[in-house]
Write a protein that binds this ligand. Sequence first.
Ligand SMILES: NC(=O)c1ccc[n+]([C@@H]2O[C@H](COP(=O)([O-])OP(=O)(O)OC[C@H]3O[C@@H](n4cnc5c(N)ncnc54)[C@H](O)[C@@H]3O)[C@@H](O)[C@H]2O)c1
Length: 258
Amino acid sequence: MEKRLIDRVALVTGAASGIGMAIALRFAKEGAKVSVVDLNLEGANKVVNEIQDEGGKAIAVQCDVSNEDQVGRAIEETEENLGRIGILVNNAGIINYSLVKDMTTEQWHKIFKINVDGMFYFSRILIKSMQKGDRIINMSSLNALCGQVTAAHYAATKAAILGFTRSLALEVAHKGITVNAIAPAMILTPMSEGLEAMPDYAKEVPVKRYGTPEDVAAAAAFLASPESGFITGQVIVVDGGNILLNPTQRILVQLLGL
Ligand SMILES: NC(=O)c1ccc[n+]([C@@H]2O[C@H](COP(=O)([O-])OP(=O)(O)OC[C@H]3O[C@@H](n4cnc5c(N)ncnc54)[C@H](O)[C@@H]3O)[C@@H](O)[C@H]2O)c1
């Protein structure tokens, strides 16, 4: 594997599981020192052990991204142990399901606190010390573009992430810092448990398979690398072609047996 992130310090939130874990492992393989930030310290420690077993450098940091003070401490702990953070991946997120008519105010605010406020807290601090070549990568979702029945609050947070990404990209572009987002479709992780309830899902995806955390990590590694320096304020959709299937295309694909 190419080592595009040698000597870089990356902080990845929600890195104890799923997509964040795959990103932490991929970044470490590419030479980065990784701060594995998560509410779940036990899970974060396991990821750190895996990185260290492969000869990489990482630390586990327990942090609730929706708590401003904890975010500040997580950044300090990372910089004391690994050095100045040049790559930030705002990946931590939650989902739960409810029709809007049944959604509670608590549900609405909690999801924004974790999925959106956390990203804001980390970004606001780190853009002050970030330099030319540094990177912010925010985890959105295909739901930001298509909506999600029973998770309007989640889709709204993921759309908010895109608005923030584009705005911050413009604010820091002159410094040579890029800010981009990734919008995955359903990816096999603990968050998407229950996917088995949709046995035909993989058949419906144009590339005919489920997405994996490693698919998303590959996009994140590209965005973190020097190769993506002229790309900012963008969203990379990692969905196996899902979004292309509007009703007309779906019918044509089926008619032609493609
Ligand atoms: N899995 C999918 O199908 C999918 C699709 C599109 C986007 N996403 C997004 O990708 C990101 C990662 O999702 P995943 O599928 O890997 O989920 P996951 O549940 O496997 O992992 C999420 C991680 O975030 C951590 N976390 C939750 N709340 C936190 C908090 N307050 N502070 C710190 N850490 C916290 C959890 O402990 C967990 O380790 C999320 O932002 C999610 O919305 C996932």
